[in-house]
Design a protein around this ligand. Structure first.
Ligand SMILES: Nc1ncnc2c1ncn2[C@@H]1O[C@H](COP(=O)(O)OP(=O)(O)OP(=O)(O)O)[C@@H](O)[C@H]1O
Length: 607
């Protein structure tokens, strides 16, 4: 519980610092709403008793106070929730969301984004950020509601302690309502599959991509029929549960009304027999009428505060995790200005978190400075894992990697990443202007047009820019009113982005052209080979090319063949062919297959 209090204190301080007026207004609204009904009730009693006693000015004053308190309670009914929601929304979107994203990106590696325990919690928190911040206001509301209840009971007690029993009767409709709603929620869960099916089928019926198949296969009517069946299956039980919930609520209300009438009879009887004033009757009626609402709000705010644990626990877990990981030693050494020896991988093994299987198993290899090294192998053989370890996204489980003799773990992570550039298979498709989507490859030069043009030139994408309606300033992304690029064009922009850094020590191409046809891939790799040679001469940069297509990488200086995480062959293309091992077999197999399909695939996709 202490953890929650300290989180609420932190959230409140944040809210107070960043949006003082909103926070103060919300607190004031809650405080006023706590006092409005008791003040109104006491003032009414005073007014009625003053009229009874013939004290006109007191009666007028008290009536004015009562009217004011009543007006405040009416206004707050509409505005307090809105104010709370706005303050909460601002705190969530402007403070907590960015804070969560910052926490996540503070972690230098990628492990956390691939750990299921982290991802599960991150999903809960991302979808429920509003609940984290709202838990603060629910807690404040719960305190305010408990105060309201205490005040109500105290006031009723001033008339007769028996009226305290009204609290129990006021709780009954709230409890029955709770039982009914629990049933509704249970039925919603039980029928969620049918509900999901109905929604999915409804989306299918209007989606452009599925539309083609529905029309060709003539299954549209069948989809509509299934949609109707799923709707009945989900909505029938839900409607019945709603009906039962409504009936339970009605019973609760009837009981409360009976108790209320009984209480009125009791007070009237007492007053008639001289045990109280007419003002007491008015007070009791005013307080009792608001009692059910107060009990309901108390239950709701305390339940919401308690159920916020569902999001608060994962949020606190994530924060502790990212804090621990972000402050882990990230190395302090600066990478060399240029590579002279190269990168050495020494008996490296690695298994992904939560798995036993080694993604890399005792790999040892030297990547000489200035070399173009290709990594080939079947699906899942460990190629990308090797690349990720070289970029310090993960730490090796055993063995080590050195860069010109310096242990990679001792190189400052950010500075090492500053000196590497990469294009991945799942490269980003940034919906900004075309210039920015390229410029992001080197944030310091994101607005440097000359550099962007040069990077585009290096991957032969000048022609693509010329065809864009606003050239470099063309907005990308249809959802933002911009242009959508073809797959091949997106790939070109990713390659240009990687070319923004002019002095990398490690340049990685991890199957960025996987969805292009073989000749296009060949073409792009040839350009990059040329760039790699140039970089190699300037900074001793190592270019690492990952590919499934053996033919594409035949020109590399060094080829590594991975199989189930192990390095099984390495050497030049000629060495490996002469070896007649796995590389030679797969190379011939692919060459034959390509020869058969070549006539059909000669155009570059984005030409
Ligand atoms: N995030 C992850 N969590 C758990 N296992 C993973 C993860 N990423 C990869 N693996 C496993 O590690 C092994 C090596 O994967 P890796 O991505 O390095 O292979 P790859 O050779 O690059 O494959 P592909 O050619 O399909 O891209 C595979 O068995 C894969 O299932």
């Amino acid at each position: 519980m202490r953890r929650y209090w300290s989180l609420w204190r932190e959230l409140f301080t944040l809210s107070w610092r960043r949006q003082r007026r909103h926070t103060a207004a919300t607190l004031t609204a809650i405080a006023l709403s706590t006092l409005a009904v008791p003040v109104c009730a006491v003032a009414l009693r005073r007014a009625v008793d003053a009229i009874d006693g013939g004290h006109t000015s007191t009666a007028v004053m008290a009536a004015a106070v009562a009217a004011l308190a009543y007006a405040v309670s009416l206004v707050l009914q509409d505005t307090a929730g809105l104010l709370r929601a706005t303050t909460n929304d601002r705190l969530g979107r402007l403070e907590l969301h960015p804070r969560i994203h910052r926490d996540i990106s503070r972690v230098h590696g990628l492990e956390h984004l691939e750990r299921t325990d982290f991802l599960d919690r991150m999903t809960i928190v991302r979808l429920g950020t509003g609940h984290v911040t709202m838990s603060l206001w629910n807690m404040v509301l719960a305190v305010s509601n408990v105060l309201k209840l205490v005040l109500a009971v105290l006031l009723l007690g001033t008339v007769t302690p028996w009226l305290g029993l009204l609290l129990v009767f006021a709780a009954l409709p709230v409890w029955l309502d709770h039982v009914g709603q629990r049933r509704v929620r249970r039925v919603e869960v039980e029928t969620s599959e049918d509900h999901r099916l109905h929604r999915r089928l409804a989306e299918l019926a209007v989606s452009a991509s599925a539309g083609k198949e529905l029309r060709v296969s003539g299954t549209a009517e069948d989809v509509i029929r299934r949609q109707t069946t799923a709707w009945y299956a989900a909505m029938g039980p839900r409607a019945r549960a709603q009906f039962v919930a409504g009936a339970l609520k009605l019973v609760g209300w009837l009981v409360f009304i009976a108790a209320f009438v009984g209480a009125l009879a009791l007070i009237t009887h007492r007053t008639v027999h001289g045990h109280g004033t007419v003002g007491d009757v008015v007070l009791a009626v005013t307080v009792a009428m608001s009692l059910r609402q107060t009990v309901a709000s108390t239950v709701m705010s305390t339940t919401s505060t308690a159920s916020a644990r569902r999001v608060l626990d994962p949020y606190l877990w994530m924060r502790e995790y990212t804090e621990r990981e972000a402050t882990r030693d990230q190395g302090e050494q600066t990478p060399p200005a240029a590579l002279t020896d190269g990168i050495s991988v020494e008996n490296v093994s690695y298994a992904y978190p939560g798995t036993d299987r080694l993604a890399l198993d005792g790999v040892s290899v030297t990547l000489p400075a200035g070399a173009v090294v290709a990594v080939v192998g079947e699906y899942g053989s460990g190629k990308t894992t090797l690349v990720k370890l070289l970029q310090k996204f993960y730490q090796t489980d055993s063995g080590r990697i050195t860069v010109d003799g310096i242990d990679l773990s001792r190189l400052d992570t950010e500075r090492w990443r500053d000196r590497s550039s990469a294009v991945f298979q799942d490269f980003g498709r940034f919906r900004t202007t075309f210039a920015e989507t390229v410029g992001l490859g080197d944030l310091r030069h994101v607005n440097d047009r000359e550099r962007i043009q040069r990077a585009l030139g290096e991957v032969e994408a000048d022609d693509l820019v010329r065809r864009l309606p606003n050239g470099l300033d063309t907005q990308l992304g249809r959802e933002l009113g911009g242009l959508d690029l073809s797959e091949g064009q997106w790939q070109r922009t990713a390659l240009a982005r990687a070319a923004m850094r002019t002095d990398p020590l490690l340049f990685v191409l991890d199957e960025p052209t996987a969805s292009l046809d073989a000749p296009s891939e060949q073409n792009i790799f040839e350009q990059h080979m040329a760039r790699a040679r140039h970089l190699g001469q300037r900074t001793g940069a190592i270019t690492l090319i990952v590919s499934h297509r053996f033919s594409t990488v035949a020109g590399a200086d060094h080829i590594l063949v991975l199989d189930k995480g192990r390095l099984v062959e390495s050497g030049t293309h000629e060495d490996l062919l002469a070896l007649r091992g796995q590389y030679a077999d797969l190379y011939r197999l692919q060459a034959d297959a390509y020869a058969e399909s070549a006539p059909a695939t000669t155009e570059e996709e984005d030409a």
